[in-house]
Design a binder for this molecule. Structure first.
Ligand code: M6R
Length: 357
């Protein structure tokens, strides 16, 4: 039930802080330590390379998940789009482990890969929001998102829940391999939940940004470097799905290799800056597009902000910024779609779960 909300999407965006808190609680043991079932940890530790398979928003979560697992657990990870994996199966390592990320647990493209790798005798974990879903039943192990039903076609709370669960899986696996984090993940995810709340209270700001940058445009670009690049990909997908604005996400450094040709007078370029080590470079990219007439909308993190930024998000642990940087992009997309009279919850041509290959 969407209650007093005009759309499920807005309700689901607002549910992100409580979902974070629920995930922290569900993945804690009696001592308050984060925990993952031993058989899953054993499978992680027995593998020499992890293959993440997913589609759409879940694929974007996988790109961030790779960074979590490589940095915290120190196991190499590859991320693949499920529909392509079947044609271009990469050379597999000696002891591969597959992680399927799927909100619905029903995506046919991902299931096709699961069937194939199971036939090859490999193990698989499914990270899903739906207990008892096909991908959950057919994998060896399941990690649940605990996000509650997601009804809007555009995925929002499932994405941040996927990131939270992936961070916990990465941290607990790392710990079991002797790689302790130099921060307390429970605490940091709590800070993330609070920051999400702050952002959800800023709806008027995001409505204003959507009106200023997106109300009449034909296209829009999202740029970022490092983790911000992956969040930009998700922001672009959100925007195109529900507002039908042609939107693309790019790595800041890649712009000058072609895409910058598309920048015209007034083209909105939404730039993310949440990582100190790329702050100067992404701001350099913004200057490049502004010199070609772009209308820049900079969303930066506290401490990295400069005068003229359109929005400053609260500070969280640098590796966890995707969990909150995505929220402005979800809300901006929501309002852009509203301003354009689009059917926010049921965009044209799309279904909530794609059960055909
Ligand atoms: O249920 P899944 O996570 O497997 O779905 C994958 C994609 O179809 C899905 O994320 C899609 O891209 C969303 N509509 C994005 O908002």
């Amino acid at each position: 039930e969407k209650g007093t909300y005009p759309h499920y999407m807005l309700k689901e965006i607002d549910e992100q802080p409580p979902v974070m808190r629920k995930i922290i609680q569900r993945y804690q043991d009696d001592q308050g330590e984060l925990t993952i079932d031993q058989p899953i940890l054993d499978a992680m530790n027995a593998s020499d390379r992890i293959y993440i398979i997913a589609a759409g928003t879940s694929y974007h979560a996988g790109l961030v998940g790779k960074q979590f697992i490589e940095k915290m657990a120190k196991i190499p990870v590859e991320v693949h789009i499920s529909s392509e994996f079947v044609y271009n199966m990469p050379m597999l390592s000696e002891k591969p482990l597959f992680i399927f990320i799927s909100q619905s647990g029903e995506t046919a493209d991902s299931r096709a890969v699961l069937v194939e790798v199971k036939e090859m005798g490999h193990k698989a974990i499914t990270i899903t929001n739906v207990p008892g879903s096909t991908l959950s039943r057919e994998a060896n192990y399941t990690l649940l998102l605990h996000a509650g039903p997601e009804i809007a076609v555009a995925s929002t709370k499932a994405y941040t829940a996927q990131l939270a669960v992936l961070s916990i899986l990465a941290a607990v696996t790392g710990k079991s391999r002797g790689h302790e984090l130099n921060f307390n993940l429970v605490q940091e995810l709590g800070i993330v939940a609070n920051a999400m709340e702050v952002l959800c209270d800023e709806k008027e700001e995001f409505e204003r940004i959507a009106r200023e940058f997106l109300s009449t445009t034909r296209n829009a670009f999202f740029i970022g470097r490092s983790l911000d690049f992956y969040v930009g990909l998700e922001g672009a997908l959100k925007l195109k799905e529900i507002s039908y604005i042609q939107a693309e996400g790019f790595a800041g450094g890649e712009l000058k290799h072609g895409t910058i040709a598309l920048i015209e007078e007034g083209t909105p370029v939404i730039a993310l800056s949440t990582q100190e080590y790329v702050n100067l470079s992404i701001r350099g990219n913004v200057k490049e597009v502004v010199a070609r007439g772009a209308n820049p909308c900079i969303i930066s993190m506290e401490g990295l902000n400069s005068e003229g930024d359109s929005f400053v998000i609260p500070e969280v642990n640098p590796i966890l910024t995707p969990l909150i940087a995505v929220i402005p992009l979800q809300l901006i997309s929501y309002y852009a779609a509203l301003h354009r009279d689009c059917d926010v919850d049921k965009p044209r041509n799309l279904a909530k779960s794609v059960t055909v290959e």
